[in-house]
Design a protein around this ligand. Sequence first.
Ligand SMILES: O=C(O)[C@H](O)[C@@H](O)[C@H](O)[C@H](O)COP(=O)(O)O
Length: 223
Amino acid sequence: MELIEYPDRELMMIDLADKLAAELNGYLMNHEWATFAVPGGTTPGPIFDTLSGIKLDWSRVHVMLTDERWVPEDHPRSNTRLLRKHLLRDKAEAAKYIPLHADAMAPEDRIDELSGNVAAELPISVLLLGMGGDMHTASLFPGADRLQEALQDDAPPLMAMRGGGANEPRITLTAPVLKGAMSTHVVITGPEKRAALEKAQKMKPLDAPIALVLREAKVHWAE
Ligand SMILES: O=C(O)[C@H](O)[C@@H](O)[C@H](O)[C@H](O)COP(=O)(O)O
């Protein structure tokens, strides 16, 4: 794991946005398109704000979430809503969006179709992950109902997930998809998450799902 510490959050968000854009740009030099997977939650908004204004051939960037809360897209907890408001606008409006959500009561109602769309975009070229204080990443929560299945190397690309720290049903990329990314970044803030991250390094993914990716990841941290 490579830990990159920043003097403050604002600087980190801007610098990380630049790094991600540079990686996408580099990838596009040798590939027809790039798959860019990003987290929801409260941390990445400022990264998205900066990214959306960066000059890049966004029309060849396919954006997807690492996980989604199964709520309508105009719900305050919808990660899709966050993306539309902060990332898929300005220059980045040209990006192709690969949804993890569809209009249905439960994720299981639409998962086959959503999963097929995700499978066509793999491997992920550039992956950005968040992490919770409980060491979950994407919607792979310790104690969630199908975590064990989602950690298997032959897990389907997308799975529904309930329980653990999740408030509502979730849909999430699974371990093989996250581990298969060409480049992996994790962004965290504050002393509590820093301590959790350090603990996770010595733990198994079943207890600390972020541990799945830590060996290969660059972790970006600011107080
Ligand atoms: O939908 C989500 O909740 C996320 O994708 C999730 O995996 C997030 O990255 C962590 O929960 C950290 O969330 P915060 O940034 O809000 O602390």
